[in-house]
Design a protein around this ligand. Structure first.
Ligand SMILES: [Zn+2]
Length: 343
């Protein structure tokens, strides 16, 4: 741990900035933040907070690093992709080299109603780095119920959006009253994305986080939207909380109260995720043994196991989650799962 003298020199450019000052910097050192989704936006946000001297980061993501992530997802390297590293494991390793004083927990985890309480417990702020509407709606419900602020970031194509959601103020569902069906909207997987736009939105969100956590500065009061490709910028003032809002007004926490679907299609990836309804563990070594006996080629790391059979590929995690790639038919994926894994 560097001495406080070295630490104060390290952050001297920030503490000299009157808007933050020594008091703000000391608050950042005590702040606890969760980032959900360590893709492009989450990587940018994490970098901003880590380098600014945040005290604690909890990194939450369910995926591993792939080469098509590398054009935008600034934490990762070709070696991470070759080694099938879970994103949060790779991110934590790189992050500790950047700032060893930051305490970091890396959770390889699919955020859903059954995992969110444990995943987000005890943080001062939640940052949205997902591109999943369903996850975002779940974060909104949890943050309203637990009175924890969260910052929304969304990027698609050349567009970006960000907003701060704080207790007692308008929530996501106050603004987007009728949410589209999860999966019905385009995502970065289907519509693409311009890498630097993610950096702009992620850094806006990181700056807002620094203001909220340090208690300094004027927080963004708007839903802020930009289209950098068309050079258009728009501010929409956040409305007052709606008394008839299903979440913050009527306090219906539908997503938190109901178990999520065990089988979901991963949009644009020609893949199905299957997750157990009950907490479980899969012994990867034992599964690998079965698969070797069936003459299948198996790749196993500390965090996942991957094999191919029947023209499909499966990636298996120790928490029982399985991603079957090569089909978008849940019945086919479940048949594969029952044949090779759940027997
Ligand atoms: Zn609301």
């Amino acid at each position: 741990m560097p001495s406080s003298g070295i630490q104060s020199a390290r952050y001297s450019r920030q503490t000299r900035f009157a808007g933050l000052g020594q008091t703000g910097q000391e608050r950042l050192a005590k702040a606890r933040v969760a980032i959900v989704g360590l893709g492009a936006t989450g990587s940018t946000i994490a970098h901003g907070l880590l380098r600014a001297g945040i005290g604690y980061l909890r990194l939450i993501d369910r995926d591993w690093v792939e080469t098509h992530n590398l054009p935008r997802q600034s934490f990762y390297t070709e070696a991470d992709a070759e080694q099938l590293q879970p994103k949060v494991v790779a991110a934590k390793a790189h992050a500790q080299q950047i700032n060893s004083a930051c305490a970091i927990d890396a959770l390889v985890l699919d955020l859903h109603a059954g995992t969110i309480d444990q995943a987000l417990a005890g943080v001062d702020l939640v940052l949205d780095g997902t591109d999943s509407l369903e996850t975002r709606l779940l974060i909104n419900e949890w943050c309203v119920r637990e009175q924890v602020p969260w910052i929304y970031s969304g990027v698609l194509g050349g567009h970006g959006m960000t907003a701060n959601f704080r207790p007692q103020q308008a929530c996501w569902r106050c603004i987007f009253a009728t949410s589209p069906e999860p999966g019905s909207m385009p995502t970065c997987e289907t519509a693409g994305v311009v890498g630097p736009v993610v950096g702009v939105i992620g850094n806006l969100a990181a700056t807002e986080a620094l203001k909220l956590l340090s208690g300094q500065g004027q927080a963004n009061p708007d839903l802020f939207m930009l289209d950098l490709w068309a050079w258009q910028f728009e501010h929409v003032p956040m409305p007052a909380p709606r008394p008839d809002c299903p979440v913050c007004g009527l306090r219906h926490f539908d997503l938190l109260d109901h178990a999520s679907e065990p089988t979901i299609s991963l949009c644009g990836r020609n893949a199905i995720q299957i997750r157990p309804q009950q907490p479980t563990t899969i012994g990867l070594a034992r599964l690998a043994q079965h698969l070797y006996q069936a003459d299948l080629r198996v790749v196993q790391t500390d965090y996942l196991l991957r094999f191919a059979a029947d023209s499909l590929q499966a990636t298996v995690f120790p928490d029982g989650r399985v991603i079957v790639s090569g089909t978008d038919d849940p019945a086919v994926a479940r048949g594969f799962y029952n044949r090779w894994i759940n027997h």
